[in-house]
Design a protein. Structure first.
Length: 458
């Protein structure tokens, strides 16, 4: 049986942006998703993880309060209450989306896995929907990604956790090994260490946040090592369980081996594309060497009337980027004038302790394009930073030497994801430093860090 629609959306994460726009336009819409409404972000990503991290931030603030003359201590961490609060946030989002779908008369929601059989046509899998084929005049693919599980001997028998299954824990682990670096690894290391666990990170690279500026990576690791055991340059070659505990065996570049043991084991080794699960190649879609769907700068695939965005394309895999990509894909599908996605202006943040926020190019990337200006300032260079006794935090700016256009900005320290926003706006508008410095910044406030950093460009 074949059912035809004006619009077919695969994926209920950032794909919901398309669903609602298409419904508002009065089109006949099909939504196909095997996962909960809201996708990775709402269910196993941003929303639950940041809900857990917020209490961890408060714990660290209490622990460090003596530095400003406030004697306080954390009496107890109610893990069950924290997890219940996280689940409440997830359920609120799911219920909202469910209610919105139920109110849409021209929308059919198929809660099922699906795979392509030909261009713009999918076949549903499982239960009463098995074999039903759905075709869209226009198709939008937001099929997402899933945790990358490395090929490690014995790993499958350990009962390892991922960013998905870790959210089902009912009791806090006393100790945890996290395989991998990056924001998932360090954010959960922050949460569980603050909750009282002994956390060990094992990373094969020489930095646990290797995509950041070297100065930021170094300072970040120095601070995090006060709470977390960090081991870099080690490849995990075997894993298993003995006497109830998980263990991993590692090997360094010289062949030396080490053994680590903990009650829980978590894998945070990156993400992998879901293009194989939806059999994207069977639709004739071009796939890159990492198995992500190829698109042009307007998010269109090589197949007519087919667009892909979000984690499905493997670029800047953040919800805010996916939301913007969905807007651009919808515009390009419904207007003659084409819009393009500016990936250089996509910001990102690491919600750990300390926080990190970045937008645009690193210094190394910028120097590959030409001569640059670089400016740095510490939190302690502004009055509010002194009042906070912030000794570690700093910011770094990169600008084109010839045009003085801002190319990148990077912050390590408290409120970094908030502070960076005015720079994000400037870079998105291809502005110079004076785009920011012409505006007065309230004294004494931490926002002065931004113009202070820009004043030091040289």
């Amino acid at each position: 049986m074949l059912k035809e629609y004006d619009v077919l959306v695969i994926g209920a994460g950032v794909g919901m942006n398309i669903v609602f726009r298409a419904v508002e336009a009065g089109l006949k819409v099909a939504l196909v998703s095997k996962d909960h409404l809201g996708g990775t972000c709402l269910n196993v990503g941003c929303v639950p993880s940041k809900t857990l991290i917020y209490p961890a931030d408060r714990i660290r603030q209490v622990e460090e309060a003596a530095g400003i003359g406030v004697m306080a201590r954390v009496e107890k961490v109610d893990f069950a209450s924290i997890m219940a609060r996280m689940n409440k946030a997830r359920n609120h989002g799911r219920n909202f989306l469910k209610e919105e779908i139920e109110k849409s008369g021209n929308l059919d929601y198929y809660h099922a896995a699906a795979h392509f059989t030909e261009p713009r046509t999918v076949e549903l899998e499982g239960g009463q929907l098995e074999g039903l084929r759905i075709r869209g005049e226009k198709v939008f693919i937001a099929s997402g990604s899933r945790p990358l599980i490395p090929n490690i001997k014995g790993l499958e028998e350990t009962g390892y956790l991922t960013n998905e299954t870790v959210l089902e824990l009912e009791k806090p682990p006393e100790s945890m090994i996290i395989i991998g670096g990056g924001y998932v690894a360090v954010e959960y290391a922050h949460f569980f260490s603050a909750a009282g666990a002994n956390v060990t990170i094992i990373e094969a690279l020489e930095s646990i946040i290797s995509q950041e500026e070297p100065e930021i990576s170094s300072a970040f690791e120095t601070e995090m090592s006060k709470y977390v055991q960090i081991n870099k340059g080690l490849k995990v070659i075997e894993a298993g369980r003995e006497w109830g505990d998980a263990f991993v065996l590692t090997q360094d570049s010289n062949g030396g081996k080490r053994r680590f043991t903990a009650g829980s084991l978590m894998v945070a080794a990156g993400r992998t594309s879901n293009a194989d699960l939806i059999r994207a190649a069977d639709a004739g879609l071009q796939i890159d060497e990492r198995n992500y769907i190829k698109v042009d700068d307007g998010l269109q695939t090589n197949i007519e009337n087919t667009w892909a965005f979000g984690d499905a394309i493997g670029r800047q895999m953040f919800t805010h980027a996916g939301d913007r990509e969905a807007e651009i894909a919808w515009h390009n599908a419904t207007h003659g004038e084409k819009m393009t996605m500016d990936f250089d202006a996509v910001p990102h943040a690491i919600f750990a302790h300390p926080q990190v926020a970045s937008v645009g190019l690193t210094e190394r990337q910028a120097r590959q394009c030409g001569e640059v200006l670089v400016g740095k300032a510490a939190y302690s260079d502004v009055a509010k930073g002194i009042a906070m006794q912030e000794k570690v935090g700093f910011a770094k700016a990169i600008a084109d030497k010839k045009t003085e256009r801002l190319l990148g900005f990077h912050i390590l320290g408290p409120l970094a994801p908030i502070l960076i926003q005015e720079v994000v706006n400037t870079i998105a508008n291809r502005g110079k430093a004076d785009y920011i410095t012409r505006g007065l910044h309230i004294f004494p406030e931490l926002s002065e860090l931004i113009p202070e950093t820009l004043s030091r460009l040289k």
